[in-house]
Design a protein around this ligand. Structure first.
Ligand code: ADP
Ligand code: MG
Length: 319
């Protein structure tokens, strides 16, 4: 299989509807993209290197997912909507089985966010995956690290630390195995999932950006909460306080002794959650208080999920 056959077989797909921003995709010297009128182009690149960012034997499907996910996460952090991406690939060999799995993971996520592959480069070499994503955002709406203001509230999506714990368990690190047991990865399948298949928070990112003046700074967490928040603080010239009790603690992290638990929560990498700041005065407190169900009627549940015997009728002047 030659270079062009490889690209044709695994990466070239029929696409491009009339409303697509892709005017010209794979096959020419450049791709041509057309952002909507009145938008800025947001561009970001992230590279994954074998041995540094992933193990040699990682599932190629997971790797395809993650290579794109970490890039889409950067768009999410700015509040940009994806337009398309390029893929620069160095491969030690052209294995159909490996490429098939990789492309499957890659395109599943790409399709989910309507972010087509529009070009790239393919060469022989030690396994290395470099993706560049392009997105669009309205002028003035992109959330920047430099925009945190004194008095802002600090918000986090999801929870941190699981990817780090997964990594330590896979490496066979003593403190992780000792606290969580040798079967921890099997007992907590979400750990490997968090490390290998992170979810870019694109829907929330684009939503936050259109809130405009209420949301100030944002960053995606790739290198650990403390360090990445540190980038926001440095860029904004401010400090911050975090309430430890407010940080969500994943079930798998609970058996860890405090020092390692803190290290996972604050310094574990690969979380790909969003951290953002917002003005306290400009928002109404919002709480998740339950969910809509298929079963008719309303039930009020206690802490263990049992329905309480409380009246759920509203006040009636004539009753
Ligand atoms: P050039 O000589 O202009 O660099 P190439 O011969 O490297 O072009 O690539 C041919 C076409 O295939 C180009 O349109 C390029 O964008 C695309 N391409 C190459 N590698 C990939 C890849 N891994 N994924 C998607 N498109 C690719
Ligand atoms: Mg080339």
């Amino acid at each position: 299989m030659g270079e062009f056959e490889l690209i044709r077989r695994h990466f070239q797909r029929e696409s491009h509807t009339a409303r697509s921003p892709v005017v010209l995709g794979i096959g020419d010297d450049c791709a041509l993209l057309q952002p909507r009128p009145g938008h800025q182009l947001a561009v970001s690149t992230d590279m994954l290197v074998q041995g540094r960012h992933f193990f040699a034997d990682v599932d190629p499907q997971a790797l395809g997912h993650k290579a794109l996910a970490v890039n889409l996460s950067d768009l999410a952090a700015m509040g940009a909507r994806p337009l398309g991406f390029t893929l620069a690939l160095a491969l030690p060999e052209a294995s159909d089985a490996w490429l098939g799995g990789f492309a499957q993971g890659l395109f599943a996520l790409a399709d989910q966010h309507a972010c087509p592959l529009v070009g790239g480069d393919t060469t022989r070499g030690p396994l290395n995956i470099c993706i560049t994503v392009m997105g669009e955002v309205r002028p003035g709406l992109a959330m920047q690290r430099s925009q945190a203001q004194v008095g802002d509230d600090l918000y986090l999506t999801g929870r941190t630390g699981e990817a780090r714990l997964a990594l330590e368990l896979m490496r066979g690190t003593d403190w992780a195995l000792l606290a969580c047991g040798p079967d921890a990865l099997a007992q907590h399948p979400e750990l490997r999932e968090r490390l290998e298949r992170p979810t870019p928070r694109l829907e929330l990112g684009t939503l936050l950006a259109v809130l405009g003046s209420a949301v100030h700074a944002a960053i995606d967490l790739s290198d650990g909460l403390a360090g990445d928040l540190g980038h926001v603080l440095a860029a904004s010239g401010v400090g911050a306080e975090i309430a430890l009790a407010a940080l969500p603690l994943a079930p798998a992290l609970q058996p860890l002794p405090m020092t390692h638990r803190l290290d996972c929560l604050l310094n574990g990498g690969d979380d790909y959650e969003l951290l953002f700041t917002a003005a306290p005065a400009s928002h109404t407190p919002v709480q998740r208080i339950g969910r809509i169900s298929a079963a008719p009627g309303l039930r009020v549940l206690d802490a263990s999920g049992h329905a309480l015997a409380v009246s759920t009728r509203s006040f009636d002047h004539f009753a």
